[in-house]
Design a protein around this ligand. Structure first.
Ligand SMILES: Cc1cc2nc3c(=O)[nH]c(=O)nc-3n(C[C@H](O)[C@H](O)[C@H](O)COP(=O)(O)OP(=O)(O)OC[C@H]3O[C@@H](n4cnc5c(N)ncnc54)[C@H](O)[C@@H]3O)c2cc1C
Length: 501
């Protein structure tokens, strides 16, 4: 111990994905700290949150978890990106892949080289050069790092997981590293005179004390919102969807290696294929469609036998005004929520924890740490919110009241500046080195939604147009042919990590 004020006891309230992820990370990385998690089976978990992004695999490895074992036990399948039908306009679809798109040509950004060729009449599409898009299109899969010298070496992947099985898996892992679980309903929160949390009282009477309390109680936000009284900054005026109806179905055929986010008249519908079933949901705006109608649309469109009754999940898009206050850190749905169009919520849980480790306080809970941490997390949420708004605001759809509204909302200044700079120069105006969405993501959504700059970057003029076209004419079929040699996703799953539950 290098500080008498060191935090020794961490109490986690709630055992959903956020709670168990926190418990596992604290237990694995801080073996000298006692970790206790309280959850109530009576309340249960939200049970959605099944599409992830590539950093999730990094987290699994960081926890010392074997990827194959994790995939097999959470019925997970592989994800190479998201397919977006009907967003730009009805009948059009585009793909947002993980990993790189093309490779720099003579030091020039591939996008600008491609754009130069395209403007000179080349017939290719940007995604023809994204390994993950080509694999997804063909329904094939291989771990890119196992073929790092091949044309798919720069692809990346994530997982589709069963949310409940993930929480169970992380629970076993956390308990194996010393975390303690207590079953019980939190009925009261004891406070100190200076506004810190002293203890949690369970319905059965037990009083649990701690130094640091982590609020993972989902939308209830019992500690951060309830006991600490930290307000919520609503972004409901910027993103209109405020409810989802969800259900699980059988897989209709082998799972494709991507999430589908299919735009609808009043929101969008997801399909997340796992090894043994699919998760489905319609995220919608209650100003534009009723629960009953949204449910009817979902059930009409899902493929495969419906396995669970449709469940309505209301939400308010936004962020806790302070994600960390005093001796309470909030995580997951207790800290904020942005609709899951780019599968970012679970990512924000470990992103928040990652930052918390960097700023890890002692029992003085230095306000300067809190202020800077909260500023940083707020910036992450803002970045994701802007990226999600991009999917709506540049749409050409005007066919329903919902689309007329979302395309006429004011665009946040931060996003507007990005779009303006891109339209004028093709430059991405990245705000910082730790931004989640990197250039391939912005290029994919801009191009997919029909936003193209008026000119390519002048540096690409060092390359001869005909040479460039010839090069693209070689690269595209080479990638396409290589991908044809890969196994279909189902065959890969069967041989590498078949579901064991
Ligand atoms: C419609 C929808 C779709 C989503 N899709 C995705 C997605 O595709 N990808 C993604 O990354 N994220 C997604 N998310 C977000 C994701 O579901 C959550 O980030 C994740 O599940 C974490 O939830 P949680 O642990 O914060 O809350 P919960 O799962 O709700 O867990 C709350 C926990 O608190 C406990 N609790 C509450 N009150 C008490 C009490 N009084 N006493 C004791 N225990 C209590 C509960 O028992 C439970 O254990 C989605 C969310 C929604 C709403």
């Amino acid at each position: 111990m290098n500080n008498p004020d060191e935090i020794r006891d961490i109490v986690i309230a709630g055992g959903g994905t956020a709670g168990w992820l926190a418990a596992a990370l604290f237990a694995v990385h801080m073996p000298n700290v006692r970790v206790r998690l309280i959850e109530s089976e009576e309340i249960g978990t939200i049970g959605v949150g099944e599409s992830t992004i590539p950093p999730f695999l990094g987290l699994i490895r960081k926890l010392g978890i074997n990827e194959q074992d994790f995939i097999a036990k959470t019925q997970a399948s592989f994800k190479l990106g998201i397919r977006f039908p009907d967003w730009r306009e009805k009948g059009h679809a585009y793909f947002h892949p993980f990993g790189q798109i093309g490779r720099p040509i003579d030091g020039n950004d591939f996008y600008h080289c491609w754009l130069k060729a395209k403007m000179a009449g080349h017939g290719s599409e940007l995604q023809d050069f994204a390994p993950a898009s080509v694999m997804a299109e063909q329904g094939r899969f291989m771990l890119p790092f196992k073929a790092s010298q091949s044309p798919i070496g720069t692809a990346a992947y994530a997982l589709h997981v069963d949310a409940k099985l993930v929480a169970q898996y992380l629970r076993r892992h956390a308990e194996a590293h010393g975390a303690r679980r207590t079953e019980g309903m939190i009925a009261g929160v004891g406070m100190t005179p200076d506004g810190q949390i002293r203890s949690l009282t369970l319905k059965a009477g037990e009083v649990i004390t701690g130094d640091l309390f982590i609020d993972c109680t989902g939308f209830r936000a019992l500690l951060i919102g309830g006991a600490m009284g930290v307000g919520y900054e609503s972004w409901a005026d910027q993103l209109l969807c405020n409810r989802a109806v969800v259900c699980q179905t059988e897989n209709a055929g082998p799972p494709p290696p991507y999430t589908i986010a299919h735009a609808q008249g009043s929101g969008w519908r997801w399909r997340i294929p796992l090894q043994t079933r699919a998760g489905n949901g319609y995220v919608f705006s209650s100003d534009h469609i009723s629960d009953a109608e949204a449910t009817e649309v979902l059930l009409r469109q899902v493929e495969g036998k419906v396995l669970t009754s449709p469940m309505i999940v209301p939400f308010t898009t936004g962020i806790r005004k302070k994600v960390w206050q005093g001796n309470c850190l909030s995580l997951g749905l207790a800290s904020g929520f942005i609709e899951p169009l780019e599968s970012t919520a679970i990512h924000l849980v470990y992103r928040t924890l990652d930052f918390f480790f960097r700023y890890f306080p002692d029992k003085s809970f230095d306000p300067a740490l809190q202020a800077d941490f909260n500023r940083r997390i707020h910036a992450d949420y803002e970045e994701i919110k802007d990226f999600i708004i991009l999917h709506y605001c540049v749409s050409q759809r005007r066919d329903t009241e919902f689309w007329r509204r979302v395309t006429s909302l004011p665009i946040p200044e931060s996003l507007k500046a990005r779009i303006d700079v891109f339209r004028a120069s093709g430059s991405l105006r990245e705000v910082g080195p730790e931004e989640l969405f990197r250039s391939p993501s912005w290029y994919s959504v801009y191009e997919g939604m029909g936003v193209r700059p008026s000119r390519y970057n002048v540096l690409a003029d060092r390359l001869d147009t005909d040479d460039l076209k010839r090069l693209l004419d070689q690269v595209k079929p080479a990638l396409d042919h290589f991908v044809r040699t890969l196994p279909m996703l189902q065959d890969f799953l069967d041989s590498f990590c078949p579901a064991t539950v």
